[in-house]
Ligand binder design. Structure first.
Ligand code: HAM
Length: 429
C-alpha cells in the first residue's frame, strides 16, 4: 500500500456491520416500553424470566433446529473457539431454554415450568426492512406437564394480550396443526409424491425441497407456484385421530378465550422441532417481512437434547418488527424531555444549582445542569431546544433573597419559589 493509502485506511470511518444497527434514544424509549409491558403481562400469566447465553455449542442448534434448515445450514455465525470446540451465536433461544431446563433439573419443579426471555439473536440473512442479522426476540416457553390444548391456547393468549396492551394494529393470528411422528411422515410422503408429479412447473428452490423438506414448499411466496400449491393435499385431511382431536380442542379453547384466528394449512414453520400446533402472527406496516411472532408445540425436543420425555410449547416475537409496526401506526416515541433546566450564573449560584439539581433528581425529575456558566438568554434558548418544561433561574438575586425563579417555558410565565417549596410547587404544576 502507498503511504497515502495507509493514511486513508487509518482514517477510515467505521460503520456498523451490514445487518446490524444502533438503536438511538428516540427509539430505545419505545423498546423499553415494549419490554416493560412484556415483563408485566408475562408475569400475570405466571412466567418467570430466564437469561441464557448468547453463544452455545453449535451442535445444540444443529440438533434442535435441524441440520437441514436454512437457519442451521446457511445462517449461523459459527466459529471455532480456542479449545477447538465449535460454537455459534444463538439464532434463536428455544434450544437454549430446553438445554437449561435439563441442566438445572427443572423437571423436579412443579410442572409446567413457564419461562420467558428477551435479547439479541443472530442469523446471516439478506438484510431488508424488518430483517436484520442481529435482531431481537421476546419469547416464552412452557415446558413439562401435560399437552392439554388449553396450554396451547393460553400461550397464544399471552402474546395476544401483550399486543393488545401495546395497541399493535392489524394483528392477524394464523394457526395450523402439522401432526405428529405418527401422521406427519405419511403426509410428507404423499406430498412428496404429488410434488414430483408437478416438479417441472416448480422453481429451483421448491424442486430442491422435494428432496430435503417437502413441507417447506408450502411456504413458497413465488407467484408462479401458488396455483400449484393450492391443489396439493392438505395436512388437515391427514392428521391421525389424536392430532385431529387435539387441534379441534385448541380451536375451541381459543374461542373460549375470545381469541380470533384464521386457519392456514400452509403454515409449516422453518424449524424442525415443531409438531401439532403451529402459529404465526402478522401485523400492519411491515411489508414482506410481516410475521411479528411465530411459535408452536415441540413435544420431544427436550428428549432429543438428552432430557426426559417432556411436553413443550412456545413462541418468539420479533421485537424489531414489533417496534417498526408500532412506529408505522404512529405510536409516538415516548418523550425523553428534561423536566427542569437550571439556568445559573455566578459562583454563589453554582453551589445552589448543584444542590437544587440533587434535590430535584432525588424527587424523580429529569434535570439538566449546564456544566459551565451561561448568559441567561443563551441558557433559556438551550432549555427550549432540549424540550425542557421549566427553567429554574438562579442568579445572585435569587441566591441572596432565597426566592428562586421558576419559568414555565411553553407560556413564559414566571413565579417565585423558595427552596423548601420547589418540589411541592413543581408537583402541583
Ligand atoms: P422464528 O419464526 O424463526 O421462530 O422467529 C420468530 C420471530 O422472530 C419471527 O416471526 C420474526 O418476527 C423474528 N425474526 C426472525 N428472524 C428475523 C430477522 N432476521 N430479523 C428480524 N426479525 C426476525 C423462532 O425463533 C422460534 N424459536 C420461536 C419459538 C419459540 N417456537 C417455540 N418457542
Amino acid at each position: 500500500m502507498s503511504e497515502g493509502a495507509v493514511k486513508k485506511e487509518e482514517r477510515r470511518k467505521f460503520q456498523a456491520i451490514k445487518g446490524t444497527r444502533d438503536l438511538l434514544p428516540q427509539e430505545t424509549a419505545l423498546w423499553n416500553r415494549a419490554e416493560q409491558t412484556a415483563h408485566e403481562v408475562f408475569a400475570t400469566f405466571g412466567f418467570g424470566e430466564i437469561r441464557v447465553p448468547i453463544f452455545e455449542p453449535t451442535e445444540l442448534f444443529a440438533r434442535a433446529v435441524g441440520g437441514e434448515t436454512d437457519i442451521v445450514s446457511k445462517e449461523m455465525y459459527t466459529f471455532e473457539d480456542r479449545d477447538e470446540t465449535s460454537v455459534s451465536l444463538r439464532p434463536e433461544a428455544t434450544a437454549s431454554v430446553c438445554r437449561a431446563y435439563i441442566e438445572h433439573g427443572m423437571q423436579q419443579l412443579p410442572q409446567p415450568v413457564k419461562l420467558y426471555y428477551m435479547g439479541p439473536m443472530f442469523r446471516r440473512e439478506r438484510p431488508q426492512k424488518g430483517r436484520y442479522r442481529q435482531f431481537y426476540q421476546i419469547g416464552a416457553e412452557v415446558l413439562g406437564g401435560t399437552d392439554a390444548p388449553a396450554i396451547d391456547a393460553e400461550v397464544i393468549e399471552v402474546v395476544m394480550t401483550f399486543f393488545e396492551k401495546l395497541e399493535l394494529q392489524g394483528v392477524q393470528l394464523s394457526v395450523n396443526s402439522i401432526g405428529c411422528r405418527e401422521c406427519r411422515p405419511k403426509y410428507v410422503e404423499l406430498l412428496r409424491a404429488e410434488l414430483l408429479k408437478v416438479k417441472d412447473s416448480l422453481g429451483p428452490d421448491s424442486q430442491r425441497r422435494i428432496d430435503t423438506n417437502p413441507l417447506r414448499v408450502l411456504d413458497s411466496k413465488l407467484e408462479s407456484e401458488q396455483a400449484i400449491i393450492a391443489k396439493l393435499p392438505r395436512i388437515g385431511d391427514h392428521l391421525c385421530k389424536e392430532c385431529a382431536d387435539h387441534y379441534a380442542a385448541v380451536k375451541r379453547e381459543l374461542d373460549l378465550r375470545g381469541v380470533k384466528y384464521r386457519e392456514n394449512w400452509r403454515l409449516v414453520r422453518g424449524l424442525d422441532y415443531y409438531m401439532r400446533t403451529t402459529f404465526e402472527i402478522t401485523a400492519q406496516g411491515l411489508g414482506s417481512q410481516d410475521a411479528v411472532c411465530g411459535g408452536g408445540r415441540y413435544d420431544g425436543l427436550v428428549e432429543l437434547l438428552g432430557g426426559p420425555p417432556t411436553k413443550g410449547l412456545g413462541f418468539a416475537i420479533g421485537e424489531d418488527r414489533l417496534i417498526l409496526s408500532l412506529q408505522e401506526s404512529g405510536k409516538a416515541p415516548v418523550a425523553q424531555g428534561r423536566d427542569v433546566y437550571i439556568a445559573w450564573m455566578g459562583e454563589s449560584a453554582r453551589a445552589t444549582a448543584i444542590r437544587a439539581a440533587k434535590t430535584l433528581r432525588n424527587a424523580g425529575f429529569g434535570v439538566e445542569l449546564p456544566p459551565v456558566e451561561q448568559k441567561f438568554g443563551k441558557a433559556l434558548g438551550q432549555a427550549d431546544k432540549l424540550g425542557a418544561k421549566y427553567a429554574l433561574i438562579l442568579g445572585d438575586n435569587e441566591v441572596t433573597s432565597g426566592e428562586w425563579t421558576l419559568k414555565t417555558l411553553v407560556d413564559g410565565t414566571q413565579r417565585k419559589v423558595t427552596e423548601q417549596q420547589l418540589i411541592a410547587d413543581l408537583k402541583k404544576l
